[in-house]
Design a binder for this molecule. Structure first.
Ligand SMILES: *[C@@H]1O[C@H](CO)[C@@H](O)[C@H](O)[C@H]1NC(C)=O
Ligand SMILES: *[C@@H]1O[C@H](CO)[C@@H](O)[C@H](O)[C@H]1NC(C)=O
Ligand SMILES: *[C@@H]1O[C@H](CO)[C@@H](O)[C@H](O)[C@H]1NC(C)=O
Ligand SMILES: *[C@@H]1O[C@H](CO)[C@@H](O)[C@H](O)[C@H]1NC(C)=O
Ligand SMILES: *[C@@H]1O[C@H](CO)[C@@H](O)[C@H](O)[C@H]1NC(C)=O
Ligand SMILES: *[C@@H]1O[C@H](CO)[C@@H](O)[C@H](O)[C@H]1NC(C)=O
Ligand SMILES: *[C@@H]1O[C@H](CO)[C@@H](O)[C@H](O)[C@H]1NC(C)=O
Ligand SMILES: *[C@@H]1O[C@H](CO)[C@@H](O)[C@H](O)[C@H]1NC(C)=O
Length: 311
């Protein structure tokens, strides 16, 4: 909820009285506070900057999400399993299938959809990269490869079935996209081609626009890497063109600034330190007993401000 506030706080508050199509499922209380506000950059910034050129949350009835485990609720374009916990699994969702979240509650885009009473079509999937062909470890051209889901496959699935799931009225539909950390991870293992990753990224954004996307939110990574910083700056430049050329309403969320602020001074946010709660991604055993006050839940999955109590 607070992340949703951070996402849009710079230009838009979550409207108090929305005609909710979909009810919020849980009564959640949180000990956390958003101790810094977003700092908007100009549209002509050379670096990816926090900005919202006019996405109207009051009008948003549908969210279409692409990304990796940061965003995935295990639905993969279908109906999600509610965020039920099955201890000692740390992942809210199904007990017996992979349809889980890397979180002990809703993930950020579900919180956003719940806040707005909007329908969510979520194509994000754990481990996803931008383009399997871009990395030596995942390229189908390289027979040593283990392919992952990518933005290409997620977009293909959405364009195939999304129109049957929702009217996708352009002025009422928000598209969210968040990739990068798995691309960096695969690149670090065996190299690859960032130019291709960038070109695929904007090609897919262009396809979404050609199919009616008029509101696009990009979620920047929570920490800096030289390669992904360059990628994000180039994506930001593309978004600027999208706004100027196509009239697309764009928003960019730069989480690095928020996470840097938390890491340097967690107290004002309500955190007691900024440690990871769990010791492993597969079990809650040995984890902290005070999840609501630590920044990370599953290692590498900083679901700050998004977590639910597990007791
Ligand atoms: C939500 O929980 C809080 C704290 O337990 C309680 O005070 C409040 O009445 C609850 N709200 C609803 C709508 O149930
Ligand atoms: C935002 O959407 C709401 C609901 O459709 C509408 O009443 C309002 O006029 C819109 N605001 C702007 C600035 O377009
Ligand atoms: C295939 O991938 C492996 C790493 O998984 C890498 O060592 C190798 O160089 C790659 N080969 C080609 C032709 O890209
Ligand atoms: C999830 O969707 C992707 C397309 O984005 C597809 O390649 C993959 O097989 C699906 N995975 C599961 C488990 O359904
Ligand atoms: C990655 O693959 C490219 C070909 O796509 C190859 O030129 C390069 O040597 C590979 N890098 C590594 C580290 O294997
Ligand atoms: C990287 O991808 C771009 C875009 O497809 C291509 O033009 C370029 O030749 C590729 N570079 C290498 C080293 O394969
Ligand atoms: C503008 O929209 C078209 C589809 O209508 C798309 O192909 C193109 O990539 C978009 N350009 C920018 C800069 O957003
Ligand atoms: C927060 O975590 C980071 C990364 O582990 C560490 O460098 C930093 O010192 C921590 N900050 C505080 C205030 O504990």
């Amino acid at each position: 909820m607070l992340l949703a506030g951070f996402v849009f706080g710079f230009a838009l508050q979550i409207p108090a009285a929305l005609a909710q199509d979909f009810p919020t499922l849980l009564n959640v209380t949180s000990p956390l506070t958003l101790a810094i506000q977003p700092a908007c950059g100009p549209l002509n910034s050379g670096h990816a900057a926090e900005i919202n050129t006019g996405i109207n949350l009051s009008a948003t009835r549908t969210i279409v999400a692409f990304g990796d485990s940061w965003t995935s609720n295990g639905a993969n374009g279908t109906v999600p399993v509610p965020p039920v916990m099955w201890p000692p699994s740390p992942s809210a969702g199904s007990r017996v299938t992979s349809n889980r979240r890397a979180s002990n509650g809703f993930v950020w885009v579900e919180d956003l959809a719940n806040s707005l009473g909007a329908k969510l079509l979520n194509y994000a999937w754990g481990g996803a990269v931008i383009d399997n062909f871009a990395w030596n470890t995942t390229s189908p051209l390289n027979q040593t490869a283990v392919q992952r889901t990518d933005f290409v496959a997620e977009t293909r699935l959405f364009l195939l079935q999304g129109k049957f799931l929702d009217p996708l009225v352009p002025s009422q539909t928000l598209y969210t996209v968040a990739f990068g950390i798995n691309d960096e991870g695969q690149f670090e293992i065996a190299g690859g081609n960032w130019t291709l990753a960038y070109e695929t990224y904007v090609t897919k954004l262009g396809e979404l626009q050609a199919n009616g996307a008029k509101n696009i939110l990009i979620h920047g990574m929570y920490k800096s890497h030289p390669n992904t910083d360059v990628l994000q700056d180039k994506i930001f430049a593309y978004l600027r063109e999208s706004h100027l050329v196509n009239g697309t309403a764009i928003a960019y969320v730069h989480l690095e600034r928020l996470f840097s602020a938390i890491a340097s001074n967690p107290g004002p946010f309500g955190y007691r330190g900024n440690a990871t709660c769990l010791v492993s991604a597969t079990t809650t055993a040995g984890g902290c007993s005070d999840a609501d006050h630590s920044v990370f839940w599953i290692p590498g999955h900083p679901y700050i401000l998004l977590r639910r109590r597990t007791d």
